[in-house]
Design a protein around this ligand. Sequence first.
Ligand code: GPW
Length: 836
Amino acid sequence: IASDSGASAPSPIALTNVRTGLGADAIATALIENLYCLLGKLPQHATRNDWYMCLAYTVRDRMMERYVATLASITETNTAAKAVAYLSAEFLTGPHLGNSLVNLGIWQAVEEALSRVGQDDLSSLLDQEEEPGLGNGGLGRLAACYMDSLATLNVPAIGYGIRYEFGIFDQAIRDGWQVELTDKWLRFGNPWEIVRSEITFDVKLGGRTEPYYDEAGRYRMRWLSEKVVKGVAYDTPVPGYRVPTTNLLRLWKAEAAESFDFEAFNVGDYYRAVDEKIASETISKVLYPNDEPEAGKQLRLAQQYFFVSCSLQDMIRLLIMRGKPLDEFHSYWAAQLNDTHPSIAVAELMRLLVDEHAMEWDQAWAITQQTCGYTNHTLLAEALERWPLPLFARLLPRHLEIIYEINRRFLNDIRLRYPGDDQLLQRLSLIDEAGGKHMRMAHLASVGSHAINGVAALHTELLKQTLLSDFHRVAPEKFFNVTNGVTPRRWIALSNPNLSALITRKIGDRWLADLEHELEHLEPLAIDGDFQKEWQAIKADNKRVLAGLIKERTGIIIEPHSLFDIQVKRLHEYKRQHLNVLYLVTLFNKLRRVSSAAEIPRTVIFGGKAAPGYRMAKLIIKLINSVAAAINQDPVVSQVLKVVFLPDFNVKTSHHVYPAADLSEQISTAGKEASGTGNMKFAMNGALTIGTLDGANVEIRDAVGHENFFLFGLTAAEVERLKAEAYTPRSIYDSNAELREAIDLISSGFFSNGDRGLFQSLVESLITRDDYMLLADYQAYVECQQRVSQAYSDQNAWTRMSILNCARVGRFSSDRSIREYCRDIWNVRPIVPDER
Ligand code: GPW
């Protein structure tokens, strides 16, 4: 076993070292050494998980040098670099191992090293990793893509969030229904994190406030809390793609504060102390599984405040470590609020500066506004965070006072600028006075930030015109659009390695680091017959892999040559999975009537979780599975149509899904999906989109060319107009025979063993309210799907469109998004660690 020399050397460790060397030799030696030293095993006794763990440690070792250097640049006294603090309640990173191998450029060396130690199957080790499901869907995954891009662009950054003990639940399907299972992702340990037991902060909760005079005779407030919890930092390195920067994700775990008296003499006190400990730890126990949140849960507010307070205290600590004065906080930190979940940061930063560090209000306020930026991710009214005032006051009494003061000053200012407009004041107020009083977190975030952005062009326009129109009126200069993006490292290189190799063979290897400028070099190849063949062969391979996975997970056998038509995303009425189902039932009816000989064979694949308390979403899952069962067992129809619900859709399984898609379903009601990001992942992997003019679909269609995109449905403006004119879905039901036949078949109990009641609430809501306008878009959708089938029957034309979709979506790299944040919102510049 090689020895680790130079442990005390101050200079960088030699690159050939067993802990850092990137060659197969060093890695092979390190594997055996880590197996022995960290896991206490000899190779002949190692299980697959042992090999995974020692490989993970071996890879992590190789990030440490860059991680330490990058961290130094955020802590050293003589650096002028501003860093980004990305505050997010969710980071849906997905498995780390494969991504680390891609970004460090050691995939082949690791394969070689593994074979030298008798392990020939890297993919089975990759499979071994439990993914950290610390997010629900798009918002959490976006945060992970942005962390990858920040590091890749050499922008120093810390992602701050919560180390949930239980992430998003695992989904099982029993009798067609979703069943939730707890996600014990830490069960076998987490080799990617480093606990920083010395980095802890106290977080107060509850109690009351009290005025006092400080030594200088100044009138101040102090917060006498009811309890204190402690946050402990857990760091996960985030390596950039083949660059010197390795940033970090710093997630806070809640523990009992030291101050709790475990040496109590009295037995009763001892048990009380243990109970307190358990209560403290519940704060970071579990991720709330609502994709677009249901508000009003006290523990959720406690989670938000907990991680925000720890993060801001840490940012102040790091600033002080750098020897900078507190009044320069905003020169060294840009804090981005990922939706309103961390928006309590506005009040907490004020509290820390004013109460804890005795800063004057005006100065603290200027610093707070210059530091914070707010990203909005939804216009849906039901997803806007509003806290009942009594609940807020109980948990955060001092913050309530601070917010009242922020509000008083803000509204005063507005009153002077818009005299006599009391309506405007009411609409802008941080407090909603109607009904039971509520705190409007989007207003707090908007007032406390210098920049507010939406996540796609359409979304930002709607944000300015609707949800935040008054804020746009009083402060138009605050508004920006930053269209979302996704990282091509995970979503092409890692999940579609064959496509990746083909692209590199044709246009060189710079595209993964510069997608916006390089990927378009594929365009001329779209009409190259040989290239088309290679492209088709890779898609066919990917489809076979997904077919294998589906067979393994569901027992359903699908035809790899059929058109793979895929809708994977969280279940939500606005995303309209049930519009897809209405089309499937229509197709089913048609295929039972007429010969299916001419039909283009399709496999329609669904995946996604429903919030456990969202009854309609869960019923839609049951409907998909019920319709799937009827179709798949029909001897005639199943020749040309199969329907699959792939259980437990998560980052790991998604690696096999996007690369295998021919058709990407992006069919939300126009105006409802802020951006979507799955739409980008599909297009990058050569899927064509069937979609509405919603979110980033609009920009994707413009980028790939209107002729290479299957558009249908009402526009956002038409949706609003129709709603205003008293939309009557029943008249559409009455007048469209095919639609009526489909809905009636669902009502009849055909898909539910004769149970006419099962889907009644769903059918009822469609015919009577249809909030998401499925019936209004139904005919257009069905006709558009016919155009899809026709197009697919010309494989060469389809392949050309597929190549063009990939070649033209370079701007949906999260690198482009992050460059825009850096330029427009954060005013930060890249810095290579060695030069700092
Ligand atoms: F409600 N999104 C999400 F806006 O995944 F906060 N979870 C959420 O809680 C919210 C939004 C919130 C999604 C949007 O629905 C999707 O359109 C967008 O692409 C994604 O956030 C990233 O911006």
